[in-house]
Design a protein around this ligand. Structure first.
Ligand code: F6P
Length: 544
C-alpha cells in the first residue's frame, strides 16, 4: 500500500502529464467511478486539475444497471484504457477484481505489463494468486491467473503491485460486492488520501499514516454495528416487501444516493432480481453523478435516477407494501427531505431513514418523527480540514454501504433467493456466472459436471432434447441466451434432482414462489436434502 501511495504521490505532482485510472466490473467498476469522482472533487476544491479517470465494463450504463457480458471482454478493457490514457506520460492503473477473475481487467493489466515505460499496473483483489481464475478466456491468449502471476513478478521489481489481503469468505458465496467491495473502498481511500496529504504537506508516506487511517475505519465498523437491532428491523421490513413482490426504494442525497444506486444495481445478477425490485435515486440525478457520459436517462426507465423522476413516476405507484429508505446527512437540504418524506408517507407507512449527524447537531424532531424507524449514526465533531472532511464523507459512505448491503441481501435471503449461503437464483449473464451456475448444480445435486452442463443448457433453451449443434457452440452464445431467462439455475437443479422434464421443473417452481422452499421440497422428496446439508458441513473450512 505504501509503495502504491508513493507512486500516486509522484504522479499527482504533475497533473498535466500523468493520470490515475481506476477500473473494474460490476460493483468494482462502480466503486472505481465513485473513488475517481471523490478524488477529482478533492483536487477541484484545491483549484487543482482533475487527475483521475475510471473505466467500467459496459461503460456508464453499467454504473446504474447490470451489464455483465462486457466483463468477459479483455479487448474492450484494453480499448477503453488506451483511449483515456492517450497523451499521458505516466499512468497509475488500478485494476479491481475482487475474485481475481474479470477478463476486462485482465486485458487492461496485460496492456500495462506490455508498456511499463508508461503504465504502473496495480491489481486489487481478495484471493491469493494461486486461487485466481484459471479458466481460458474465450478468444484471448492468457488466463486471469497468468496475468496475475506476471504482475506478481513485477511486484519485486517495484514495477507493478498486487494488493490482495485475505479477508475471509463472503456471507453469500461469490457476493464480492459486500466484503470485497467494502475492503476495496477502504484500501483505495487509504492509499489515495495518504498520497494527497503527502503532496499537500510535502511530507513522506509512512506505514504509520496508512495504519492510522485504516484504524479509523475500525471505529466506523464499531459505530455502525452498534445499531444492529435497528438494521435488523429494516432488513425484516424490506424482506416482507420483497416477499409480497413489492419494492425497496432508496432515496438518497449526494454520494449516499449513489451508494444506494450501486447497492440496488447488484441485486439483478446476484439474486436474479428484476431491476424494478430494488431501486436507488439521488438528488439532481445525473448532475450529481457527474459521470463520463452525462445524462443517460433517455435510455429507459431503469436509467432514471433522479428524485424528480421518483416523485413524478414512481411515487404514484407506491403502495403500502413497498419499503422506502431515506439516506442523508445534516448537510443536506432538510426542508426538502421533510417535504418528500411527507409525500411518500401518504402512500406507505413503511418509511425508514438512515442519517449521519454529529454530537453537536441533530436532526430536527419533526423530521425524525416522520419515519417509522430511523438509524441515527452520530459521529464526532466535523473535521474542518479539507482532507479531514473527505475522511468523514468516506466513512458516511462506507457505513451506508454496510447498512444497504445488509438490507438488500437480507431481504433477498428472506425472499428465499439464497440456499445454503449460495445465490441459487443468480442471473447466468457472463462466463464467471455460467461457471458458478455449473458448480452450484454439481454441489447441490451430486451429479457429474457433464450431466450438470446438459441440465443447464436444457434449462437455458427450455428443451429436454439438446442437439449436438447446441452443445458445441461457445459458452458466450449460451450466456447471451441465458441472460434473458429467469430461474435458470433453480430449473436445472429441479430437473436433475427429480430426473424430470424442464416443463415439470418449471411447474414445480411456479407452484411455490419461494425458490429455496421449492428446491428444499424437491430435495426432501428425493432424499437429497441431507446430502446437501452434509456436503455443506463437510466443505466448511475451520473457523468459517
Ligand atoms: O459478474 C457479476 C459480478 O460478480 C458482480 O456481481 C461483481 O460486482 C462483478 O462481477 C465484479 O467482480 P470482481 O470484482 O470479482 O471482478
Amino acid at each position: 500500500m505504501a509503495d502504491v501511495a508513493k507512486k500516486a504521490q509522484e504522479l499527482l505532482k504533475e497533473p498535466d502529464d500523468n493520470l490515475i485510472v481506476l477500473s473494474g466490473c460490476g460493483t468494482s467498476g462502480r466503486l472505481a467511478f465513485l473513488l475517481a469522482s471523490s478524488f477529482n472533487n478533492l483536487l477541484k476544491g484545491q483549484s487543482k486539475k482533475a487527475s483521475y479517470c475510471y473505466t467500467i465494463a459496459g461503460g456508464d450504463k453499467a454504473l446504474m444497471t447490470s451489464q455483465e457480458l462486457p466483463e468477459d471482454n479483455p479487448e474492450l478493457g484494453i480499448e477503453m484504457l488506451e483511449k483515456i490514457s492517450q497523451g499521458k506520460k505516466k499512468v497509475l492503473f488500478i485494476g479491481i477484481s475482487c475474485g481475481l477473475s474479470a477478463p476486462f481487467v485482465a486485458g487492461q493489466l496485460d496492456l500495462c505489463i506490455n508498456k511499463l515505460d508508461k503504465f504502473t499496473p496495480v491489481l486489487v483483489g481478495f484471493n491469493p494468486v494461486n486461487m485466481a481464475r484459471s479458466d481460458n478466456i474465450e478468444g484471448w491468449h492468457s488466463t486471469f491467473q497468468q496475468v496475475a502471476e506476471r504482475i506478481q513478478k513485477l511486484h519485486d521489481l517495484h514495477k507493478g503491485y498486487i494488493i490482495n489481503p485475505a479477508i475471509g469468505p463472503e456471507a453469500i458465496a461469490g457476493s464480492s460486492r459486500m466484503k470485497g467491495g467494502s475492503t476495496t473502498k477502504i484500501l483505495l481511500e487509504t492509499i489515495l488520501l495518504t498520497a494527497h496529504k503527502a503532496v499537500s504537506d510535502n511530507s513522506s508516506i509512512t506505514d504509520r499514516c496508512l495504519l492510522d487511517m485504516l484504524k479509523s475505519y475500525e471505529q466506523v465498523h464499531k459505530n455502525i454495528y452498534s445499531h444492529s437491532t435497528k438494521i435488523a428491523t429494516l432488513v425484516k421490513h424490506a424482506g416482507a416487501s420483497l416477499q409480497k413482490n413489492s419494492h425497496i426504494y432508496y432515496i438518497g442525497w449526494k454520494s449516499l444516493g449513489i451508494i444506494g444506486i450501486i447497492d440496488a444495481s447488484e441485486c439483478v445478477p446476484t439474486f436474479g432480481a428484476d431491476s424494478s425490485h430494488v431501486r436507488g435515486f439521488v438528488n439532481n440525478g445525473f448532475e450529481e453523478m457527474a459521470n463520463n457520459n452525462g445524462d443517460l436517462s433517455s435510455l429507459g426507465p431503469e436509467f432514471a435516477i433522479s428524485h424528480e423522476y421518483f416523485l413524478k413516476t414512481v411515487l404514484p405507484t407506491i403502495q403500502e407494501n413497498d419499503t422506502v429508505v431515506f439516506i442523508f446527512t445534516l448537510d443536506d437540504d432538510l426542508k426538502e427531505i421533510e417535504k418528500i418524506a411527507w409525500q411518500v408517507k401518504a402512500s406507505t407507512t413503511n418509511l425508514y431513514a438512515m442519517w449521519h449527524s454529529t454530537t453537536e447537531h441533530q436532526v430536527p424532531q419533526q423530521l425524525e418523527e416522520i419515519f417509522s424507524v430511523a438509524i441515527n449514526v452520530t459521529w464526532p465533531k466535523l473535521l474542518s480540514e479539507d482532507q479531514g472532511s473527505y475522511i468523514q464523507r468516506f466513512q458516511y459512505e462506507l457505513s451506508t454501504k454496510w447498512v444497504l448491503n445488509a438490507i438488500s441481501t437480507g431481504a433477498h435471503v428472506l425472499k428465499g433467493k439464497v440456499y445454503y449461503n449460495h445465490m441459487i437464483d443468480l442471473r447466468v449473464s457472463n462466463s464467471k456466472l455460467f461457471g458458478r451456475a455449473l458448480s452450484l448444480l454439481q454441489k447441490f445435486t451430486g451429479q457429474s459436471k457433464s450431466k450438470c452442463f446438459e441440465a443447464l443448457l436444457q434449462s437455458i433453451y427450455e428443451t429436454d432434447e439438446l442437439n449436438e449443434e447446441i452443445k458445441n457452440v461457445e459458452i458466450s452464445k449460451h450466456i447471451q441466451w441465458a441472460a434473458t431467462m429467469n430461474k435458470v439455475v433453480p430449473t436445472a437443479v429441479v430437473t436433475l434432482i427429480r430426473n424430470c422434464s424442464v416443463s415439470e421443473a418449471k411447474t414445480r417452481l411456479a407452484s411455490c414462489p419461494i425458490v429455496r422452499d421449492a428446491i428444499n421440497a424437491c430435495m426432501t422428496g428425493s432424499g437429497l436434502k441431507r446430502t446437501a446439508e452434509q456436503r455443506e458441513t463437510d466443505e466448511k473450512e475451520p473457523g468459517e
